[in-house]
Design a protein around this ligand. Structure first.
Ligand SMILES: C[S@@+](CC[C@H](N)C(=O)[O-])C[C@H]1O[C@@H](n2cnc3c(N)ncnc32)[C@H](O)[C@@H]1O
Length: 251
């Protein structure tokens, strides 16, 4: 096995068992978050795949706490599952801001947060391409989690960099803060859209024929190119889940 292209596990069965073992030996997230995840899976089957998986939530919570983040900006809230995760990770003294385009999703997220007694999350309704650059936080965020429309990813990255210059008033992200972008490999298409990729046979719906050639995939590639070329960022593209890009702002 070549060190640079590790096959994590030899087949799906072993992979599943190893992952469930790893999950059982990882600090869990609270039961109410599991319950809400399951509730959305049952009641909103057509969109529930928008949510981060609970194992990814565990990993990102761990990461958040490891570098002491207390302020998180999320782009793409859906119905608030990941906001519950961030809110728990930062604790009651922390603060979360979520940006969501769809008002019905945003309302459901607010109702859910209220139901669980979570009062450190603000959800702002609107197109994040407009609401993100309009933010003027009194303190910069420690982390931005990008999980909205893929075509917006390069724009969000540029907006964050532009709004986080050293010495700027109300900068968005602090020095040393993280930009985390989800689904950055999109079924592996971003790195390999050849016929070797079995996801080419998947039906992504009538609006997404030949998805591997789509503008979404082009935008994700553009995001990775931008992040890699940007001297202000130190990057780790983590190939787990659907690909998670992590960039640390150096200045
Ligand atoms: C993948 S989901 C987010 C899932 C959520 N982070 C979670 O893990 O539970 C993406 C969300 O981004 C929202 N979205 C899409 N385009 C947007 C935009 N331009 N501005 C803000 N939100 C947008 C969608 O309505 C959708 O709810």
């Amino acid at each position: 096995m070549k060190e640079d292209s590790p096959v994590l596990y030899p087949n799906e069965k072993v992979g599943e068992r190893v992952c469930s073992y790893a999950k059982a030996h990882t600090t869990g997230i609270p039961q109410y978050i599991h319950e809400y995840h399951e509730h959305i899976r049952q009641t909103m089957p057509e969109t529930s795949m928008y949510m981060v998986s609970l194992s990814q939530a565990q990993a990102l919570s761990f990461l958040t706490r490891t570098f002491g983040a207390t302020r998180i900006l999320e782009v793409g809230v859906y119905v608030g599952l990941s906001c519950l995760v961030w809110s728990h990770a930062v604790g009651p003294e922390g603060k979360i801001t979520g940006l969501e385009f769809d008002s019905a999703f945003a309302d459901q997220a607010r109702e859910t947060l209220q139901k669980y007694g979570v009062d450190n999350v603000e959800v702002i309704t609107g197109d994040a391409l407009q609401t993100l650059p309009a933010l003027a936080p009194s303190e910069p965020y420690d982390m931005v989690f990008i999980d909205a429309q893929k075509s917006g990813y390069p724009h969000y990255l540029k907006q964050i960099l532009e709004g986080s210059k050293p010495g700027a008033p109300n900068r968005i992200l602090r020095k040393g803060g993280l930009i985390v972008a989800d689904n950055i490999l999109r079924c592996g298409f971003v790195a390999d859209d050849s016929e070797d990729n079995p996801w080419r046979k998947h039906d992504f719906g009538p609006h997404r024929p030949e998805y591997w050639k789509s503008d979404d995939i082009k935008a994700l590639k553009a995001y990775n190119e931008l992040a890699t070329a940007e001297e202000r960022l130190e990057n780790w593209l983590c190939p787990l889940w659907d690909g998670v890009s992590m960039s640390r702002l150096l200045d």
